[in-house]
Every structure is written in structure tokens, then in C-alpha cells.
Design a protein around this ligand. Sequence first.
Ligand code: G6P
Length: 474
Amino acid sequence: MNAILVASNRGPVSFTLSEDGSLSMRRGGGGLVSGLSAVARDLGVLWVCAALSDGDRGAVRLAPGGRLDQAGYDTGALRMLDIPPATFHRAYNAVANSTLWFVHHLLYDTPNRPHFDARFRREWESYQAYNEAFAMALAEEAPHEARVMVQDYHLSLVPAMLRGVRPDLRVAHFSHTPWAPPEYFALLPDDVAAELLEGILGSDHAGFLTARWGTSFMDCCRSVLGASVDPAARTVTHAGRTTRIGAHSLGVDGKALWARACEPDVESHMSALRAQVGDRRLIVRIDRTELSKNIVRGLAAYREFLAAHPEWHGRVTHLAFAYPSRHDLPEYREYTAAVQRCAKEIEDEYATEDWDPLILNVDDDYPRSLAAYRLADVLLVNPIRDGMNLVAKEGPILSPGSALVLSREAGAAAELGEHALTVNPYDVSATAAALHEGLTMPEGERTRRGGLLAAAATALPPHRWFAEQLDALA
Ligand code: G6P
């Protein structure tokens, strides 16, 4: 029996179906999964996740009760849910990624969107059904008084649903995103807004990446539900129950990251990149191609920097790695095209026969990203809004002598801001000036700040981050 359960939309592995009908398994991607995978295995956690693709569904159908570990896969204890594809698509793409993600990251172009109509109601019903499927699976799997750690905005309703059927369980919810301020959260239909908050309040402990997001959540509980909030004790009391609000600033396992970054595949990418850029200074960014990451303004800032500082022409290269993400959503496809257009304009304007001012890469290559971190002189992390941003933490560990240009709207700014060059992510000119300041910062100062950044980045590695939340349920 497993006394700790984790639930998340994306699981630790995914399957692809090849033409001959065989299935191959690989490790799942993304910040949430990489943080949790090692922890889950070490603690013998039972993980419940959704089947995301036809390959996943194929694997689930061959596994007794959806338990992939019992079908011979080396996954750790894992149950994958085969939720009907149309329901899954509406819950994941339409509600979680096109609505909740947009609300929490303040991404709407409000004259046009959001637009909550009859179609949204069908999508919302799917989100409820998808959350219900998780709650039922957890209720079935959890031994008496087990601790259940529910992850992220996909599963906001699960804690209350689970409490309804299994009041013996101790339940935590963790948000890996920011939380919207009340005026913006109020864009949601009133009943939906209330149901989301009451869903999370079904937990004993609601965790956030920084105190700032937890405070926004409490503000929403007060304004939407009329809940009673104790800002000093960090608790919310509603409908006779009290939920504690925690801040757990997920950090990086520095040792493990260094070990991975010294493997031969990374070293050979380093040599290849060096051969490509010569001894030029490097401004590096690494992101999913994600609207909230603010890649287009980042490129605009680099362009303005080049315009203002001709003395750097030929002496600097910007490596921009923007990996594909959520391409089922038209906004993301359009955003990728905008990033590519902007990069092309910079090249047309500045490239010479022997100088590439910008190298944009849009395919996923983890060892190459690690190589770029190690070579960086300046790391640019300028999201519009971000729950934490682990790039801002990984960079200073792998490149202790680099300067970090960091958006003040990233959760990471709470811990790193003091030692970084912080910017308003909407201010392109200020970002351009910060890039210049990073490049011209004296080496001693960069190293001094780099040490402080790396120490802050490794303060709460995933194992301790998870242990803190388990303790909060004790
Ligand atoms: C990032 C976010 C998480 C989110 C994950 C999902 O890591 O920080 O909050 O759960 O993306 O991404 P996906 O690719 O599964 O949609």
C-alpha cells in the first residue's frame, strides 16, 4: 500500500506508437515532471496522471487497472487514466491551457477575449468530468489516511471532490503557476471562479511557489467567496473548514544538474557552439515557445541594444532556444511564427558575412540547452509573469560567472532579484539597457553576484520542497 499519492495531468513517462504498432516509452518533459520524478521514485509514491496521446492510451489499455508498473514498465508506481479524448481535449486545451493559464498569467487581449458562451459551458463540464475521474481514481487507490499531493491548475477541483468521498485523507494542492489578482480572476464567470477556489479549499494545505501568489489566492477567496482570511497566520476559513496557505520556492538540485551538464553529449555541444560563435560574448535565453515567456519583446530588446551600441556589432551573439509547446492551440502556433519573424528581421538588419547576431533554435535539445547555459555571459529571463522560472535558477548554477537579466514578474525574482538585473518585462528599452549592463559588468562583480544567485537557486531542491509540503500535512 502507498501512503503518499501524487496527481498531475502530465505523468513521468509518455508512450509513442510506431507504425508497426509497437510502443516505446520515454521520460515526460517539463518543469513539474522533472522536479517530481526523482522524488516520487525515492519515496515510493503512487502517481496518478492522464493519458495524453494515442501512444499513452495504447499502453493504458494493456495495463491491468491502468497500472503501468504492473504491466512490466519501469515507471515507479503509476496509474494512467484513459479519459475519453474529447473530454480530455476540452479540459486540457480549452479550460486548463486556454482559460486558466491565460487568467493566471494575465495573457488575454481583453477587447476580444475571453468570451464565455454556451460552448464554454460544455468545456467546463468536461473539466469537471476530468477532475472527477482523477478524484475517483485517487479515492480508489488511497489507503486509509494517506496523503495526496494534487498538482496544478488542471486539477483545481480535485481536492474538494476527493474530500467529499474520502474525508479520512490529508490533501494538499500545489500551484506551479502564478495566481491572478482578484480584478483579473473576476473575468471568469462567477460560478466558475467560486468553484475553482472552493475546489482548492477542499485541501488542508494549498501551496504556491512564492508568498506573492499565495496572497493573490487569499485575496480572491476574500473577494469572490467572502471567505475569512487571516493574513498573518496565512489561513483561509470558508464553509466551516480552514486551509493553510504555504509558500514553497522550488529550487534546483545543483549537484545532479552539474553532473548531467558534464556528460560528453553536453561537452560536444559546447565545442560545436563555440566553433559556431567563435570567441564572441553570448546572451542566452532558453524557453518553451510560450506566450507568457515574452520572447518577442526579448528579441526586440536585443535589437534595440544592437541599435544603441554599434560597438558590440560583431562581438556578441544571442542564442535564443525556444522549444515547441502546446501546438494544438492556435495562439501558440501564431506566437512561434511571430518569434521567427522577429528573428528574421534582426538577421536581415544586422547579419554580415562573418557575423551571425542571432541564432534561434526551435527544436527541443536538452544537452544543447545545458551547453548554452555553460557558455552564457548574460542569461535573459523576461517573462510577463511566471510561477517560478527554473531557467533563472539553472543558469547561475551552470554559469557562475554570468549576469542574469530577470523579469520582476517571475516568481524567482523574490529570491534572486537582489543579485540579478531586474526588469519590467514590458519595458523593452529597460531590458535592452540591462543586456548592456550585463555585458559590461566587471568580472569580479559578476562572479560575486553569480555565487549569491547559485546559493539562492539551490536553497530548496525538489526533495526538500516536497518534504516541506508533506510535513505541512502531518
Ligand atoms: C510548466 C508549468 C506548469 C505546467 C506545465 C504543463 O511546467 O510551469 O505549471 O503544469 O508547464 O505543461 P504541459 O506541457 O504539460 O502543458
